[in-house]
Structures are given as structure tokens and as C-alpha cells.
Design a protein around this ligand. Structure first.
Ligand code: B3K
Ligand code: ZN
Length: 894
């Protein structure tokens, strides 16, 4: 296989200080003249070959210092252009052709709608022109764009506009210059017809900058929130990190067809339209929140990613983990803005809960499956398969642990040191930790990050086991933590000896009535201690203020990405759920209580075909949450959720999806039935003004109201349906309308659901992003089957070529419809295999994402396991599979 190893890194032997591109845009065939100034790094070295990357390109002409190169002096294959014995320096000019309209991979230069877009990270630039397409080759770009003026009035590239002029035959030209050296993956160009929203603002040092958001004609009214989010992002990076926008102009362009969320190209971010366009009628609270987060994320990359970039792709988490941490903090700060200290704590906890749910749904399973890898992988076949929850979300957790250990002030000093050392460079994760360690040692002599660095090279989710002993006579409590993390993924094949992690554990104690117990040790008295476990096991002893049996509150704020094992009783969990003064562990306790019940109930169902009835303790916990008006609504909505299907599957030794779905539904029904009157009151108590505002307080009220509606649909279907229909008809915003539609279509069997779906289609089918929601609601309905999904895909509005649409149906069904996808007849798995193969021909990156649905196949019950394996083998046996998909299925089967 074509495995690339981290330790094989070699520096590129040449510098390419300047790149000049002339791009003659044409959808069928675009001609690009690439002019490179090339300088050998070490003048004394032997004449070495210059090897450039290229994919799907046609070479028209090649000259060195103005002279055509003799064919004997270079060679070309489908991936490389090699110029033998390249001199100490020279100007290379390459003329080549690429085919944007035929490019369905959405990597490189492609056409979406009527416009041109590019996506270069990680290795897309080589589909545009020949180049040293690796992040440690940084150049100053001057880009000349030429195109038909009528069809492509807007011509954009990175940096500043130098000049523009008319050409013959209705064409025009724009010349862009980016003053900052950058790797090729940050290159971008855009051409087409767009609406543009713009404003100017002054940065912290008084510089005037132009902010622009380009989107499809007719969507101007939907870019207001994106612009507000951008302005807030600029301000936040100034205030929290002292980082200023370094360009005169910052542009965002929305694309209908886009593989991921967005891309941080220098000065010219390109976004999936789903993360730009919003108005109250078409976007939900979640969409608004997602837009703010992604705009922040891409903007923050300008420093963490662009000004300081990655030496090689193994270092991806250097920019992604750090930038996710920054966007999480940004959202938390925005959510807490303007609130009292106590409200702010709860708002931050709400954000923390959402992020931990994502981590557990996506990263924990990844870390236990065939694709498990450290946040800095040791090897890969296709780098686009490594834009993972581990690199991003766990990467961010690792940065957060540094933040916890160092504290805000030393962490900020570490960031300053990082930029002081590495601005303008392509560096490694070690360089980052070095800068942090420097600041850490300055703030606290004697500390070290030696053990901490293991987070970068070991995969797997550590398991933390806790045990406690009370010594009432001495007035002390001792707690022992033990960690373990057996080898996962490729670690197993190498029988790697794993070492202990450095785990910060925020810890507290409650007495039996729920009152906080103060802990005293040599550092002083506090109600939360941050314990640092750096060895396999360690015991801490505290003098305490209470002598009764203490209840531990472990991993407050989710201070480390680990699994906690402690033998709580149900009553202890209910005390934590009612009283823990840490809002995160308080939430965790209720969820853990429900999770334990569902797991037990699933096991019971497997033996008796009956789920277990919910205990009184559990119902009371939900009732207390529903009626505790001192808690803010958004937090209550999170606390009263059912644990997610994915986290439940992950907790089963042998995964039985139907058992989990049945047990989870059973608990939901028990709670809904027992508390239907409470949910009705909750529903009535959470009305919001009809004027929509996406602020967190209003969004929280809607979240709680719509959760209550959903329970009510289950517990009192008649009343629930009436309320849902009324809400659907009268909703003043998409959040409420979609929630009503979802409850109606998922929880009721009556005929009204088809009329609601039809009405929704009639009202919104001209808005692609809303139509995606319409497709998703159907793909995630409990009664959906593979056949129904295939029928849905016959709808004239369905297309596999638009990733958002493909995700709204295929991914929604395979990833978010436990009972439908895992139907015992195996039809879901067969459907999955067909779709992976079809998508693989169109868009390998998306196909490989879909292929990962089967990651955990070997842990399923025998019947499902065998069917999954056969379908994986079917895919693996195809001769012309993309490298992306091949890597996923072969690792799954290994
Ligand atoms: N850096 C891009 C990801 C590109 C992935 C391409 N396969 C988006 C982001 O993380 O901001
Ligand atoms: Zn990113």
C-alpha cells in the first residue's frame, strides 16, 4: 500500500519564493501559466531533480529561463513532473490545462452553479497546476484571472486587488497579489456572479479593513448574520489573544457545492453555503450557532494555520486542534456575553456539554475502531481521510488540557511565545508544545510537559477508574485514580508498549444531601481540586469539612478526554444531578443514570423481548430538571435529552442496535407518559416573542419548548399532535417549524404527517438548504427503510453531486437512523455499499466518509456483523476503488 510515515519527513530541497499564475478561466478547459522562481536551498549540493506534483493535468509547454526544455531533461507521469538536474536557481514556466466542469471531486478548480471555486487543502492545488504541493513550501502569489465578463463579472483571489482591465472579446482581467508567503493549500480563486455584502471596520490598531461576503444572486438578505459573526470574530481575536487582522481585505464566498464546512484560504475563505446563509424563515438556531462557530473557526485560522502553518500533514492538529479550541472558547464567550456570573457559568456549561456530546458521538468510537490514531497520526494513505474527529475534537481537548494546566494567563503567554518564535513558518506540534512549556515553566518553576506530550503520539481513550475511602476518625477522604489505555487500531499490530498519560482531573465532593464538601490539602481549601495523574495510579487524601459518606464529582467541566469508571448508586447519581455545583458533572449525572438504565433495559429486552420500566428515581430526576426554573432553559433542554444513540452503542460490549433503539424508545416513552402534564406546562412556559432572535437565551427556550413538545407527542399523542400542528402552522421561524415537522413525522402515525411534509415542500423547495432539511426529516424517520430511501432518491430534487444533498439523505439514514439502517434484513447495509461505490466515482472524499459508517462492524451482534462484513468485502473487491475509500475499507477489514 502507499502508506506515508511521519518519521520519513524530508525537507524540500528548493525554495519557491514567488509564484505567478495566469488563469484563463473556461469551464471546459482552463489554461494556466505557472511561473515559478526556484532557488536551491543549499548551493553546494549536487544538482538535484525538481519534483513537482500534478494530477489530471495536460502539459502544453515547459520552459526554463525562457528556453523550452528539451524532453530529455524532464519526465512526466500521472502524479509528477520531474526536471532533472535543476540548476542553483531559475525561472520555470509551465503551461497546463485542467477541466473544471468535469471535476466532480470538488477538489482543485471546479464549477458549482455557474461559478468557479477552488478547494486546495490538503492536496488539491496539484489538480490546478504543477507545484511542490506541500505545506512547507511557502511562496508569494501574484494571480492574474481572465474570464468572460458577462458570465464572470466577479474575479477573486487571495490578498489585494492590484489592477483590473477589459480585454478583447468580452473578457476581462483582474490581478491579485497576496503579500504573505503561503503554502499552496491556502490558494484560492473564485469567479462568477454574486451578491456582495460589505463593510469597513477599524482593527485594534486603527487600520481600516474591508470585510466582504459574496453569495448567490438573490441571497443578500441572508448574509447579515454571517457578517455580524465575522465582525465579532475579528473583535474576539483581538481581545482574547491580541491577534489583529493582517490584510486590508477579508473575503468570504458561499458555495452551494462544497465537501466540508469551509476553508480558511488566505484572505479569501470559501464556505459551504450552509455555513453562511441564514434568515429566521430558513435557518434554525443550530444553523445560526453553526455559522457563527465556523466563521469564527476559519477567521481564527488566519493566525493559527496561516501565519503559522504546518510543516507536514501529520501536524494537522497543530492548526485544527488549536483552532477548534479557539472557536469553542469564542462561542462560549459569545454565549456568556452580557450575563450575570452565574448565568454565564451555565451558558458556558451548555456549550461544553454540546462539545462533549460531539466528542463522544464521533471521536470516542473512532478511537476504539480500525481508524484509531493519535491526534498526530504516525502514518496515512490518503490525508483527506485524516480530517477526523480525533485530529479536530480530541486535538482541541488536548489544547484545553494545556489551558487547564497552565491557566489562562500562562496559556496566553505560551500563545504569544509561539507567534514570537514561529510567525511566518511551517512548524510541528512539538514546536507548539515547546512554546507552551516555556511559558509554563516561567509561571511555575519545576513543571514539565514531558508526560503530557504522550497525548500526541498515543491513540485510544484512557479509562479512569476511581475508588474512595472515608476515614471518619481522621476527618479525611482518600481518592485513588487508576488509568488504563490498551493499544487500539494500528497500535495493536505494532504491539506498542503504551505509557501513562498526564490527566488533569477536576474533582470535588458532595455530602449525601448534595452540599459541597470543602477539600483541604497543602495547596489550601477549595471545593474543586485539579488533580494531575501522571502515573498509572495515585491516591490523594484531603481533610474534609464533613464526616458522612461523600459522593465524588469526577471530571468537572470534562477536564480530560477520558472515560470515568466509578461505581455510583442510582441515588448518588440523582443527588449529583440535583445538586452538583459544577454544571457539567451535574448534567453528566442525569445522563449517566439514563444510560445505565438503557443498557440494562437493552440486555433485558434481548432475553425477554421486553424493555425494563424506568425506575422512580430516574423519573424523579427528569421531573426535577423539568420543573427547576432556576436553571436556564438551554441547560435544562440538554439535561432532559435522551443519551445519544451513538454514545449508547459505544457503551455496549457487543453492539445490538435494535436492542438499544428499543430500550431508548422505551425509556423515552416511560418518561413521556409519567410526566406528560409536566411537559405540557414546560411547553406552555417557554414561549418566545414572535420576533425571532438567535440569542442563546431565546434559542434555549425554543430548545426546551421543542423537547417538551417531542416528549408530549410520545406521552400524550393527541394533545401533542394538536400542539405540533398548531406550532407548524403558526411558527414565525424555522426552528419552531422544523421541530414541529420533525415531531409530527417521527412520533405520530397519523395521516397528517404526509400533509405537513407536502406543505413544507411546497413552501420551501426553492431554497436548497431548506430542502435539505425536508430530505433529512424523512431519512431519519423511524419508519424509513432502505427501499423508502431509494425511492426518496428518485425525487427530481435529489442529486448525489451536491454533498449537502447527499448528506441530507444518505448520511442521515446511515448515521442517524439506528432502527432503519440496522434493520435485521440487512437491506440498510446493502444500500450503504451501493452508495459508497456510486459516490466513489463522483467524489472519493465523500465516499470515504460514508465508508466509515461501518467502522465498528466487528463489535456488532453476529447477524449484523456478518452482513456488514460481506458488504465491506464487496467494496474492497472492486478493482478501481479510489485510494480514499480503499484505505477505509481495508483498515476496517484488517
Ligand atoms: N482546513 C479545512 C479542512 C480542509 C479539509 C479538506 N479535505 C477546514 C477547516 O478545518 O477549517
Ligand atoms: Zn480548521
Amino acid at each position: 500500500s502507499n502508506t506515508i510515515f511521519r518519521t520519513d519527513y524530508q525537507a524540500f530541497p528548493f525554495d519557491i519564493p514567488e509564484v505567478k499564475l495566469i488563469v484563463e478561466l473556461d469551464p471546459v478547459q482552463t489554461r494556466i501559466t505557472t511561473q515559478l522562481s526556484v532557488v536551491r536551498k543549499s548551493a553546494s549540493a549536487e544538482l538535484e531533480a525538481l519534483v513537482l506534483n500534478g494530477e489530471d493535468l495536460t502539459l502544453e509547454r515547459l520552459t526554463l529561463n525562457g528556453q523550452p526544455l528539451d524532453p530529455s531533461r524532464f519526465s512526466q507521469d500521472d502524479a509528477r513532473l520531474t526536471i532533472f538536474e535543476f540548476p542553483a536557481s531559475g525561472t520555470l514556466e509551465i503551461v497546463s490545462l485542467c477541466k473544471p466542469a468535469a471535476n466532480t471531486s470538488l477538489m482543485g478548480l471546479y464549477v458549482s452553479g455557474e461559478s468557479f471555486f477552488t478547494q486546495c487543502e490538503a492536496e488539491g492545488f496539484r489538480k490546478i497546476c504543477w507545484f511542490a504541493d506541500r505545506p512547507d513550501v511557502m511562496s508569494i502569489y501574484t494571480v492574474t484571472l481572465r474570464a468572460d465578463k458577462g458570465r464572470y463579472p466577479t474575479l477573486l483571489s487571495n490578498g489585494n486587488l492590484l489592477s483590473s482591465r477589459e480585454l478583447d472579446l468580452g473578457r476581462h482581467e483582474a490581478v491579485w497579489h497576496d503579500p504573505f508567503p503561503k503554502p499552496s493549500y491556502l490558494f484560492a480563486l473564485v469567479a462568477g456572479v454574486f451578491d456582495c455584502r460589505e463593510l469597513t471596520m477599524r482593527t485594534m490598531h486603527g487600520k481600516e479593513v474591508l470585510l466582504q461576503i459574496y453569495s448567490d444572486p438573490g441571497t443578500f438578505a441572508q448574509t447579515g448574520w454571517a457578517m455580524e459573526s465575522l465582525v465579532r470574530s475579528v473583535r474576539w481575536d483581538e481581545q482574547r489573544f491580541g491577534l489583529e487582522l493582517d490584510l486590508d481585505r477579508f473575503m468570504i464566498v458561499a458555495a452551494r457545492d462544497f465537501n466540508m464546512g469551509a476553508m480558511e484560504n488566505k484572505g479569501l475563505n470559501i464556505f459551504n453555503a450552509a455555513y453562511v446563509l441564514a434568515d429566521p424563515d430558513t435557518a434554525t438556531d443550530l444553523n445560526y450557532q453553526g455559522i457563527e462557530a465556523v466563521i469564527g473557526h476559519e477567521y481564527f485560522h488566519n493566525w493559527t494555520g496561516n501565519r503559522v502553518t504546518c510543516r507536514d500533514w501529520f501536524q494537522l492538529s497543530l492548526k485544527e486542534g488549536l483552532t477548534v479550541f479557539r472557536d469553542h472558547e469564542f462561542t462560549a464567550d459569545m454565549m456568556a456575553a452580557g450575563l450575570s456570573a452565574q448565568e454565564a457559568q451555565s451558558a458556558r456549561a451548555t456549550k461544553r456539554i454540546d462539545d462533549v456530546v460531539v466528542l463522544r458521538n464521533a471521536q470516542f468510537p473512532e478511537d476504539s475502531g480500525p481508524m484509531a490514531h493519535p491526534i498526530r497520526p504516525e502514518s496515512y494513505q490518503s490525508i483527506s481521510n485524516f480530517y477526523t474527529a480525533t485530529v479536530y475534537e480530541k486535538g482541541s481537548e488536548v489544547i484545553r488540557m494545556l489551558h487547564t494546566l497552565l491557566g489562562e494567563q500562562a496559556f496566553r503567554a505560551g500563545m504569544d511565545e509561539y507567534f514570537r518564535r514561529h510567525d511566518g513558518q511551517a512548524v510541528t506540534c512539538d514546536d507548539f508544545v515547546d512554546a507552551m512549556e516555556f511559558a509554563y515553566k516561567q509561571s511555575k518553576p519545576g513543571v514539565s510537559l514531558d508526560v503530557f506530550r504522550r497525548w500526541y503520539r498515543q491513540a485510544g481513550t484512557p479509562r479512569l477508574t476511581a475508588s474512595m475511602t472515608d476515614n471518619p476518625t481522621e476527618g479525611t477522604v482518600s481518592v485513588t485514580f487508576t488509568q488504563s489505555c490498551p493499544p487500539v487500531g494500528v497500535e495493536k499490530q505494532h504491539s506498542l508498549q503504551k505509557e501513562d498519560f498526564h490527566i488533569p482531573i477536576k474533582f470535588g465532593l458532595l455530602d449525601e444531601s448534595g452540599k459541597a464538601i470543602l477539600l483541604a490539602d497543602s495547596d489550601g481549601i477549595a471545593d474543586t481540586k485539579t488533580l494531575e495523574l501522571t502515573t498509572q495510579s495515585k491516591t490523594w487524601t484531603f481533610k474534609t469539612s464533613s464526616s458522612g459518606k461523600a459522593i465524588p464529582s469526577i471530571l468537572r467541566d470534562f477536564s480530560a478526554p477520558v472515560i470515568v469508571d466509578y461505581d455510583y448508586s442510582d441515588v448518588e447519581l440523582s443527588v449529583l444531578s440535583a445538586h452538583d455545583n459544577n454544571a457539567f458533572t451535574r448534567w453528566e449525572a442525569g445522563q449517566e443514570l439514563a444510560t445505565r438504565h438503557i443498557l440494562k433495559s437493552a440486555a433485558h429486552w434481548r432475553e425477554t423481548e421486553q424493555p425494563l420500566a424506568a425506575s422512580k428515581v430516574l423519573i424523579n430526576v427528569w421531573q426535577a430538571l423539568a420543573t427547576d426554573v432556576s436553571l436556564d432553559s438551554g441547560y435544562r433542554a440538554r439535561a432532559m435529552m435522551m443519551p445519544s444513540e451513538k454514545t449508547l452503542l459505544e457503551r455496549m460490549l457487543v453492539i445490538d442496535p435494535v436492542a438499544i433503539a428499543t430500550a431508548r424508545d422505551g425509556l423515552k416513552r416511560d418518561i413521556a407518559t409519567a410526566l406528560s402534564e409536566v411537559f405540557h406546562q414546560t411547553y406552555l412556559g417557554q414561549q418566545t416573542p414572535s420576533e425571532y432572535s438567535p440569542d442563546p437565551i431565546s434559542a434555549g427556550r425554543r430548545a426546551l419548548k421543542n423537547l417538551a413538545l417531542n416528549y408530549l407527542m410520545v406521552g400524550n399523542t393527541e394533545l401533542g399532535s394538536l400542539l405540533a400542528q398548531a406550532q407548524y402552522a403558526n411558527a414565525s421561524n424555522m426552528t419552531d417549524r422544523l421541530a414541529a415537522l420533525t415531531s409530527l413525522t417521527h412520533e405520530s402515525t397519523n395521516t397528517l404527517k404526509q400533509s405537513a411534509l407536502d406543505d413544507f415542500y411546497q413552501s420551501w423547495h426553492q431554497q436548497p438548504l431548506v430542502l435539505d432539511k425536508w430530505f433529512s426529516v424523512q431519512a431519519t424517520a423511524p419508519d424509513a427503510t432502505a427501499d423508502k430511501i431509494l425511492a426518496l432518491m428518485q425525487h427530481p430534487d435529489f442529486t448525489l453531486k451536491n454533498p449537502n444533498r447527499a448528506r441530507s439523505v444518505i448520511f442521515a439514514f446511515c448515521n442517524q437512523n439506528l432502527s432503519g439502517f440496522h434493520a435485521p434484513d440487512g437491506a440498510g447495509y446493502k444500500f450503504w455499499a451501493q452508495q459508497v461505490l456510486t459516490l466513489d466515482k463522483i467524489n472519493p472524499e465523500i465516499a470515504a466518509r460514508l465508508a466509515r459508517v461501518m467502522d465498528l462492524w466487528s463489535r456488532f451482534i453476529p447477524q449484523a456483523k456478518t452482513a456488514m462484513q460481506h458488504n465491506l468485502q464487496d467494496i474492497a473487491s472492486q478493482a478501481d476503488l479510489s485510494g480514499n475509500t480503499l484505505e477505509i475499507v481495508s483498515k476496517a477489514l484488517a
